[in-house]
Every structure is written in C-alpha cells, then in structure tokens.
Design a protein around this ligand. Structure first.
Ligand code: ADP
Ligand code: MG
Length: 716
C-alpha cells in the first residue's frame, strides 16, 4: 500500500459505502456515487438509502448495518441533522474511516457548533477517523478513487494536495488538466473536526506516489505539533503551503513593543521557516512552486545561468535573480570558449548569455547545454521570446532533452501567448516548468534553493543556558500572590539576572538625599528613572534622565521627576526613583517575546528606538531555537550592517546579542506563564565587551491560566 498509518485505507479502501446516495441526478448523493462508479475505482461500492432498491445499477441498502461484509470507508451525504445517527451506526459496524460531506456544522451557527462537537466525540468514542464535515472529499488518481461531487479527476502525477476549502478543488482540477500538473492524492478536509493538516502530512510522508505536498490552509489547530511533524516531513519531501486569512488578534491587551509588532503573520512566517515549510504568498505562487518542485529537483546552490534570445527579458531576469538572493554564475573560461566557438560575434558570452534574436533551436540549446555542464552553474533559466527565427516547439524539445540529461534544474520562461502555446505542452512533457514571466521563474528557483539549503543544514538544537529557575519561580509566585500580571522593575531585573543577563547596578531611592547617596556609591555619571507600576513608557513623561554628574544634580532631578510625574500622571502610584549605573556607549537593541495563539512563544529582535517603532525593522522566531537561528534573526533585519560596523559606525558585540536571544528563547520556554516581555534596550558594547539590559518589562498570565494551555516544545 502506498500510504501507511491509520489513514492508508482512506486512499485505498477495499469497499466504500455512500450513505445518502440518491436516485436523482444533480443531487450531491447521486453525483458522488456516479463519480465513484465511473472513475475506475475497482473496490466494492455500496449505496445506502432506505428509500431505494437500486441506484445506478447498484443494489441499495437501507443502512450500513445491513451491508454484508466489512466497509473500509463510508461517505456521508445525508442532511446535517441525520449525520450523528449515521456515524453511530457506522461506529457500531466497526467502520474506521468516514468522510462527512454534509454541511451544517460549525460554519452555520450555535446548533452546528454543538453538532460538530458531538461528531468529534463520536470519532474518539469509536476510534474512527473522520474527514470533514463540510468538505468535498477525497481523490486518489492511482486507483481512480473519487468520493467528491466535482466534475472530472485531475491528471495523475506526484503532487498531493490538501485543502481547507472545497471550492478551490474544482478550480484546481480544471487547472491541472490545462497546465499539465498531475496529482497523486487530493483531500478537502473542510471544517477538520478530526483529520487535519498534521494527519495528512504524516500519511503522505512516505507515500512513494507523492514527491511534493501542497496545502491550502486558513489556520492550524496545534502550532507546535505542526512544526514538529512538518520538520520531519520536509526533510523527506517539499511541503508548500499557502496560508490565507483569519489573523485573529490576541484577546490580551498588548503592553509591550513585541506584542504590538508580532502578529500571526510573523508567527506563521517564522514557524514555516524554522521547519522547512515553503510558504507561497498567493495561489499563483503555490502552483508555480508545485510545478517547479514536481518537475525538477532543487539546485545545489544559488548560482544561476541565464540563456536568452533577447536583451530586455535577459536584464529583467538578471534583476529578478539579484532581488531573490540568487546570484548570476560567473562562467568557467572553458564555457565561454565553447560559446565563442559557435555563437555569432555579437552575442553576449557572459551571463546572461544572449544568443541573439535570430537564434534557431540548435544555437539556443547549444548554449543551454554548455551552461548546464559548467561547474560554476547550479541552475539554468531559459528565456525565449518569439522572434522571426524563433522555433519555440523545437527549442522546447531540445531544451527538454538537455534538461533530462542534466541533474541540474532547468526552468523556462518562454514569453508570449499564441506563439508559445505549443511549446508549453512540449515543455510540460519534458518536465521543464515554464513561466510566462521571468520573475515568477526566478522566485520559484529561489525558494527551491532555500529549501535545499534547509535540507542540507545540520540540526540547530537550543543551547542550554544555566539559570536559577528557583529564583524566577519565587519572583513569579510573589507577583501571583498579589494578583499582579506586570512584574515590577526590580522583579524583572531579578528574572534577567537569574538567567545570567547583565543588568546595571541599581538602587531605589525614596528621597532626594537617598538618591544623592546612592549615586555617589555607584559612581558618576548615573541614570535616574521613575519607578511606578502605572507608567509603562517612562521617558514619554520625562521619567528617565541620563548623564547625572554629581550629588546636587541627583537631588534636583529627584524632585523634578516627582513633580513632573505628578503633573502628567497624577493617578500614578510612585514607588520612588531608581538610581542606576550609566552604561556608556553601546548600540541599543530590543529583544522581546510574546505568545502567539497558534505557535506559543515568539521571540523578536530589532534595533532599539526609531528602528523598532517607525521602521518595524524586526525579525521573529518561535522559541526555542538554536544558535543558527539566533544569528539569522540578527542578519535578517535591514539595519544589520550597522551592527557590523558599516559606514563608520562602531561594530557591536554580536555574540552578546546571540547569547541574549538564546537566553530569552529559553526563558520563555521554561516559563510559559511569561506571556510578554521586552528587554528594551539591551545596550550592546564593542565586540568582546558584552551587553547590558538597562530596561526590561515582563508580563505574566493571570493566575488561573497557569501553564497557559500552550504546548511548548521541550528538547531537553
Ligand atoms: P522607557 O523605555 O520606559 O522609556 P528606559 O529605561 O528604557 O525607559 O530608558 C529610556 C532610554 O534611556 C533608553 O532607551 C536608553 O537610551 C537610556 N537609558 C536608560 N537606562 C540607561 C542606563 N542605565 N545607561 C545608559 N542609558 C540608559
Ligand atoms: Mg525602555
């Protein structure tokens, strides 16, 4: 059997019953039966309907219980109100797989929600796996199984597709017939009461008929479980996902920078990136990628050679290559020599290779073949425009054979409509993906290269950071005791210290004299900050002063600060003024974390100040992550060159930032009750000199949701 596990028989049932099969053409219960009977499926088919003796020449049974012998799979098309009773009968008969096509569940109001809940319960009670409800069903092209009411089957091929939306399916089938992409399996799982994305990934990971998995999803039930399984499956075959809609904002009020910058989009992007899932940003891209991966293997590197018969499109392709973080291969001298031998003098012999508008198929493919043989080339992009001498069909044939002989991927961009229609078919036959515009070809190639890099990477386990967890537990327990969700400034500093992060020497002053004495003890210059549980952004109301030079100034600032706060925030409870060691020089960065409803702890990195707030120049990862991802978070922000000391800026201790990221990653993994935190800023000194957390804010969950309900990866 091609697929293994609990869902194997879903794709290869020996017998199928259709409950709600109908005698009337045009009814769903009729069309499904007709599809099953006419798509080449060879197993037993049992229509079930108490009001008919025979449908489409098949003996009809009043209930599944009356069907002689076992049933591997039941397809349920009765009205919603009868579904539960039918499933109970199926359970009694020992049926282990059901597809509920019927609508009228959670998508249709309170009654439907309750019905769906009970459907889920029945599944668990009988150990039955249920696809749906409110779905289109299942297709398997190798054995002609079609439990849908869609017209026609897609072409056979090696792409398995799962979709939360049923309506999409019909479009996909139609498109497949036209574009030549073939499918192995198709599942529309609708509301997904039971079988969902993760189950299907598992079912297809070892299916030899499936080399590419494609998914259209609107949400996920269990982010961490998805990540774990997707990571495992991605290592075997590409998983391409388009994620649509439904960005629900967290119910919790957002009190940190990280909380306001992190949306579910960022969480999905980070999660997909970490587990090797290839994200498509549109349906168009989903199919662009599906066809690229289905036809060609990913390139072993990022060097691209372009062959073109026209200058303009060659330049466009070149631009696209650079934007996509691929690079133009610099050709081996022997390749240039070979090209010079056969190409007209006016050609361009350096990448992109322009074989000129009058090139026939032989000249064009001669260049292509030499590029494929060049050791500096990882992939070839073949751009062709219809000109007087162009022979698209013949060029497609020859290019296709050249591609088949080479292990390197060839992607085509034969530009044009009518003139290229024939060539398109030829390229499909040779499994050369063809795109109408160079940008789409290049984008697909770039994501293939990303995927290959992900596959080649060694694992990136979280780095264990020594921490005094007892101390943290005590701090959190004390806050809980007082029903506080926001930790005080001192408490936050204790938590950071327990995880080995450096904080400035600080004392709380309750009078001007105390402030002066403490400042003296620390040594000038010092920083003073208002301490109040009611003030989140201290500097906004003049609650932070840096560079205080002597005792007199410390006293003055103390008075001034209290005055100011009383004026601008008269309600605020003031605990005193913090007198703090001033951390000289250093670049300010922010490391924060928030909890995503799907994926749990999400860690953010960015430069401090305006870079975060105005430019939103930040990066994200789902915790816990290892050193490689910590480094990438730093590299990913646009202002990363500043940290490396570009343009006369001082370079910063990147290692200290890496350590900071790993520390926060572990902290929020260890303590799921930390729902939000910001270290803002972490002042990062010159290389080797470390970093100091001069301000931190930590928010914990309300006591009753202790543990938070989020499953958290634990690698230890
Ligand atoms: P808030 O974020 O509530 O306004 P911070 O404690 O972050 O208050 O202080 C605001 C800014 O003051 C920081 O971004 C930093 O530039 C500077 N600052 C605060 N504390 C120190 C310190 N100990 N040493 C040097 N600069 C500091
Ligand atoms: Mg701050």
């Amino acid at each position: 059997m091609a697929t293994s596990g609990e869902l194997a028989r879903l794709f290869e049932p020996r017998s199928v019953a259709i409950v709600g099969a109908s005698t009337r053409p045009g009814k769903v219960g009729h069309d499904i039966l007709k599809n099953i009977l006419s798509s080449g499926y060879g197993g037993e088919v049992y229509p079930v309907n108490p009001h008919a003796d025979e449908i489409l020449g098949k003996k009809c049974y009043p209930s599944v219980l009356e069907v002689p012998g076992g049933i591997d799979l039941v397809v349920v098309v009765v009205p919603a109100a009868s579904v539960l009773a039918v499933i109970e009968e199926c359970g009694k008969k020992g049926i282990k797989l059901a597809i509920v096509i019927s609508a009228g569940f959670k998508e249709s109001g309170p009654e439907g929600i309750e019905r769906e809940r009970r459907l889920g319960e029945l599944a668990r009670q009988f150990g039955m796996r249920i696809v749906g409800p409110n779905c289109l069903g299942v297709m398997s092209t190798s054995n002609g199984l079609n439990t849908t009411f869609a017209r026609g089957m897609p072409r056979r091929g090696n792409v398995a597709l799962m979709s939360q939306s049923g309506a999409l399916a019909t479009a996909i089938i139609d498109w497949s017939l036209q574009q030549g992409i073939g499918y192995s399996k198709f599942v529309s799982f609708g509301n997904g009461v039971d079988v969902g994305v993760v189950d299907l990934l598992r079912a297809w990971q070892d299916d030899p008929e499936t080399t590419v998995i494609v998914a259209y999803i609107e949400g996920l039930r269990d982010g961490p479980e998805f990540m774990e399984v997707a990571r495992q499956v991605s290592a075997k075959k590409p998983v391409i996902v388009v994620k649509a809609g439904g960005t629900q904002a967290g119910a919790r009020a957002v009190s940190s920078h990280t909380g306001s910058l992190a949306g579910s989009e960022q969480a999905y992007n980070a999660a997909f990136l970490q587990c090797g899932v290839i994200r498509a940003n549109s349906m168009e891209e989903l199919f662009d990628l599906a066809i690229a991966f289905a036809y060609q293997g990913p390139p072993r590197g990022r060097s691209v050679a372009i062959v073109t018969n026209a200058g303009g499109p060659g330049i466009m392709a070149t631009d696209a290559v650079e934007r996509a973080r691929l690079r133009l291969a610099s050709l081996d001298p022997s390749t240039v020599q070979a090209l010079r031998k056969r190409l007209p003098e006016a050609s361009n012999f350096y990448n992109p290779i322009d074989v000129l508008g009058d090139a026939d198929a032989d000249r064009y493919v001669y260049a292509g073949e030499h590029l494929l043989r060049d050791p500096n080339v990882d992939s070839v992009l073949a751009v062709l425009t219809p000109q007087a001498m162009t022979r698209p069909r013949e060029t497609g044939e020859k290019l296709g054979s050249a591609s088949a002989r080479s292990p390197k991927p060839v992607l085509a961009c034969f530009m044009g409509g009518q003139a290229m229609a024939e060539a398109q078919e030829v390229l499909n036959r040779h499994k050369v993906p063809n795109y109408p515009y160079p940008e789409r070809a290049v984008q697909s190639l770039a994501k293939m290269a990303d995927y290959r890099e992900w596959c080649d990477e060694p694992p990136d386990p979280p780095v264990l950071i020594a921490a005094d967890k007892e101390a943290v537990r005590a701090v959190l327990a004390a806050a809980r005791q007082e029903n506080r969700v926001n930790l005080g400034e001192t408490e936050a500093r204790e938590v950071l210290t327990a995880y080995g992060l450096r904080v400035p020497e600080s004392y709380l002053a309750r009078s001007a004299e105390e402030a002066a004495a403490q400042a003296e003890k620390i040594g000038f210059p010092v920083v003073m900050k208002i301490v109040s549980p009611d003030i989140l952004h201290k500097s906004d109301i003049g609650g932070v002063r840096v560079g205080i030079r002597d005792q007199q100034e410390a006293q003055d600032i103390f008075e001034l600060m209290l005055l100011r706060v009383r004026r601008y925030a008269p309600e605020a409870v003031i605990r005193g003024v913090l007198v703090q060691e001033m951390i000289q020089a250093g670049r300010e960065v922010i490391i924060g974390s928030t909890r995503d409803p799907q994926f749990g702890p999400l860690v953010m990195f960015g430069l401090g100040g305006i870079y975060v707030e105005v430019l939103k120049d930040v990066s994200f990862r789902v915790a816990p992550f290892g050193e490689r991802h910590a480094r990438r978070m730093i590299e990913e922000i646009r202002s990363a060159p500043l940290l490396r000391g570009a343009r006369g800026e001082r370079s910063s201790d990147v290692e200290a930032i890496v350590r900071g990221l790993l520390t926060v990653s572990q902290m929020v993994t260890d303590f799921p009750e930390i729902v939000e935190m910001d270290v803002n800023p972490l002042k990062v000194k010159e290389p080797g000199a470390g970093a100091v957390a001069v301000d931190a804010r930590i928010t914990i969950s309300e006591a009753e949701e202790a543990g938070d309900g989020y499953a958290v990866h634990r690698f230890q």
